[in-house]
Design a protein around this ligand. Structure first.
Ligand code: ADP
Ligand code: ZN
Length: 720
């Protein structure tokens, strides 16, 4: 028997299968989709079996495989073809696609040692002798459940070992799942209201089809309740559910809500240890769960018989992977829905323009929930024009915001404040010569973190002690510019010394479980003010929050991207939705220097359609999605001269071969240098793909062997 094995040659960025011979003794263990260990250039490498050949004509020496790694198939037929599709769609190697689909323990990588964990249990083996009292105690304990942990019995008394020696009891090993236990909280199950029922019925009647739905429901309209009703239905039909969320740490509340409703749930996200991830994956594969809830990569969860895929907060760019293979979990979901003949539900309070435009074209069926479920009303949103209002004591707070906070604190109601920037100051600048401290590895300014007294790069993690003296003009004149969450926290503490402030950003949530602890204690009322980055904009549901303040709505507005208006509108609408989620009416205050900007005005008016129509005009005018597709070719190198030369060559080649595409660039990416690697990009706009993939594939192949130039392709990039 011969097999074709796919191995990873990461240094070359190439796909290759190699043919090996399988000895008679290993023959019976070989299946397509398992991993084997093969000799390769004096190394032992792991690879996936892609094909089995009875015979193979060869005129060179064929080596034998060394071992079979898996007894069960890792890549079943669906995942095997999904990987091929993914590699075609994203122009990445097949091996990188498979690796991206699997948890670390199951990747074809050497040196990963994530093992199955076993528990040593004791069972009765042969009870045929007189027992002492002590021994009888042990036997009684085992008889309670039929099986007992060795370590537990050991605690009772030491005759366990004697019983073992005599063969009266025996040790067995049981696979153990490493799994975080969630507190059991009861959540009410509501009878769906009429609007929810309409949505539910429509999807329920189409459960056997691969229809795509866009559920456009304002925050708090009861989307999650509808998802759960649908999942109930799917499980009743003996099928499984895949439920994607942008981020789990923040969605712990949701997780508990799902776990309180369904028994057989698996959770997959990057916060798990490799062991936990492996165990959840195995539970899914063995068919032990009905619901998988997880982040982006769980779109590849090995569920069979999927009955529905739900993507919550579908507008989130967390669903896009920004390294190769650069995939979009929504796109992958559609492919899986086709395979399983099941519906896809994209849920959002602020659908992306692209999604909404598709629903207008009938590609997605649009379903709406435009009222809040239960008693809550929409919050009252006011703009604070910072060009007119003075800030208090040079802080970031207007008088209006200050007074509103004060009022809410008096009423013992809670407040959420958004400052979309972490650290103390965003820049350190010399007030004498204007010199800005930059990262030595990246072309970006350093952020000052006061509590560690460090200047940090948010791209590569570089950190160094803060400098007082300007490296350029040698004056002692370095000043902090711009405010991050750390500084805002300091300001709040000065203005409201008795208030209890909780800061939530990347810096305060590095410890495992810290998000959850913070959210729990805020919801218990242990803090008055929750201050955070956009991390706090999603999913949170605190009934006692009646004021949301956005300190600087302009931060996201002037990021140079065609998506900046959309992102601003979406962020403001999402954060605003955190206010007034119960009977108490909520307020939202947006501080901005651009009160006339349409993204801000439409967010204030809570007018999605108005924003949609205006922004669609902008996109048409600028030839951007959804009117045009975008494709970005990223060219990277450590050598500037070489990169610049090759980039121009590539541009000429693309212009020659793709005359129907609008080609822009090359331009320096922002930041131009990351980790000492320079980056150029060429952007193409087009209506029809035609030869694009073929030309790009050829281009990638051409540079494969070139270790100095790296080429990546991103379809529909979200950062340009
Ligand atoms: P969304 O996912 O759209 O933000 P949720 O499903 O979380 O909305 O619902 C928002 C709030 O309204 C929750 O507190 C939820 O328990 C409550 N809720 C949902 N559906 C109903 C209903 N039919 N009747 C009463 N309250 C409801
Ligand atoms: Zn850096």
């Amino acid at each position: 028997m011969y097999i074709k094995v796919l191995i990873e040659l990461s240094a070359f960025n190439i796909d290759k299968t190699f043919t090996y011979h399988v000895s008679d003794e290993l023959k019976d263990s070989i299946k397509v989709g398992i991993r084997v260990l093969v000799p390769f250039n004096n190394q032992k490498l792991e690879g996936f079996v892609l094909e089995i050949l009875d015979d193979f004509d060869n005129d060179y020496e064929i080596k034998d495989i060394l071992d079979v790694i898996d007894s069960e198939v890792i890549l079943n037929d669906e995942l095997l073809s999904l990987g091929k599709w993914l590699s075609d769609e994203t122009l990445s190697t097949l091996i990188s696609s498979y690796q991206a689909m699997l948890p670390k323990a199951l990747k074809a990588k050497n040196g990963s040692c994530v093992n199955i964990k076993y528990q040593k249990m004791i069972e009765i083996d042969n009870l045929n002798v007189e027992l002492s009292d002590k021994q009888q105690q042990i036997i009684d304990k085992i008889n309670e459940t039929g099986r007992c942990l060795y370590s537990e019995l050991k605690k009772i008394n030491s005759s366990v070992d004697t019983l073992l020696k005599k063969g009266i009891i025996k040790k067995i090993e049981i696979e153990e799942y490493r799994r975080e236990k969630y507190e059991n909280i009861e959540f009410p199950k509501y009878e769906l209201n009429d609007d929810q029922k309409n949505v539910f019925e429509e999807i329920k009647n189409n459960l056997g089809t691969d229809k795509n739905y866009l559920l456009f429901g304002i925050t708090g309209s009861g989307k999650t309740e509808v998802y759960m009703a649908l999942m109930d239905e799917v499980i009743k039909n003996n099928k499984t559910c895949l439920y994607l969320v942008p981020e789990i740490t923040l969605t712990n509340q949701l997780l508990k809500r799902i776990e309180s409703r369904f028994n057989r749930v698996a959770v997959l996200h990057s916060g798990l240890s490799d062991g936990e991830r492996f165990d959840e994956y195995r539970r899914i594969k063995k068919g032990e769960v009905d619901v998988v809830i997880g982040t982006r990569s769980s779109v590849f969860a090995p569920l069979s018989n999927i009955g529905i895929i739900i993507i919550d907060e579908a507008h989130s760019d967390n669903y896009l992977q920004d390294v190769m293979p650069r995939y979009d979990a929504i796109m992958v979901s559609k492919e899986r829905c086709k395979y399983h003949k099941c519906p896809l539900v994209l849920g959002s309070a602020t659908p992306t323009l692209d999604m909404y435009a598709r629903s207008m074209k009938g590609l997605y069926q649009l379903l709406t929930l435009d009222k809040r479920a239960g008693k809550a009303m929409l919050p009252n949103i006011i703009l604070c024009d910072m060009t007119q209002e003075e800030k208090i004591n040079k802080t970031s707070f207007s008088k209006t915001l200050y007074l509103m906070i004060k009022e809410k604190l008096n009423k013992k109601e809670q407040i959420i404040l958004l400052q979309n920037r972490r650290g103390y100051s965003s820049t350190l600048i010399c007030s004498n010569c204007g010199y800005v401290m930059k990262c030595p590895n990246c072309d970006i300014s350093l952020t000052y973190h006061k509590n560690k007294d460090l200047m940090r790069c948010h791209y590569c993690g570089y950190a160094n002690k803060k400098v007082e003296i300007c490296p350029k003009c040698h004056e002692k004149a370095m000043r902090e510019l711009g405010s991050g969450t750390e500084k805002i926290e300091e300001e709040i503490e000065k203005m409201f010394p008795t208030s209890r402030v909780l800061r939530m950003d990347l810096d305060t949530t590095t410890k495992r479980g810290s998000h959850d602890k913070m959210i729990t204690s805020f919801s218990k009322g242990e803090y008055d003010i929750l201050l955070g980055t956009q991390m706090i904009s999603k999913g949170l549901d605190f009934p006692n929050v009646t004021l949301v303040g956005i300190l600087n709505a302009d931060n996201s507005l002037f990021i140079p991207s065609y998506l900046s208006s959309e992102n601003t509108f979406s962020l403001l609408s999402q954060v605003a939705g955190r206010s007034g989620r119960s009977e108490k009416k909520g307020d939202v205050l947006i501080q901005t220097y651009n009160p006339d900007h349409y993204a801000i005005i439409y967010a204030k008016e809570n007018n999605y359609l108005g924003f949609y129509e205006k922004e669609m005009k902008e996109r048409l005018y600028g030839k951007y999605p959804p009117y045009f597709y975008l494709c970005e070719v990223i060219i990277k190198s450590k050598e500037y001269e070489l990169l610049s030369k090759e980039t121009n060559k590539i541009k000429n080649l693309l212009e020659g071969k793709l005359p129907d595409k609008i080609i822009i660039g090359p331009s320096m990416m922002h930041p131009f240098m990351v980790n000492k690697i320079y980056r150029f990009s060429i952007i193409m706009k087009y209506k029809k793909e035609l030869d694009l993939k073929k030309v790009l594939r050829d281009l990638i192949n051409h540079y494969k062997a070139n270790s100095k130039i790296k080429i990546e392709v991103s379809f529909n990039p979200h950062d340009i």
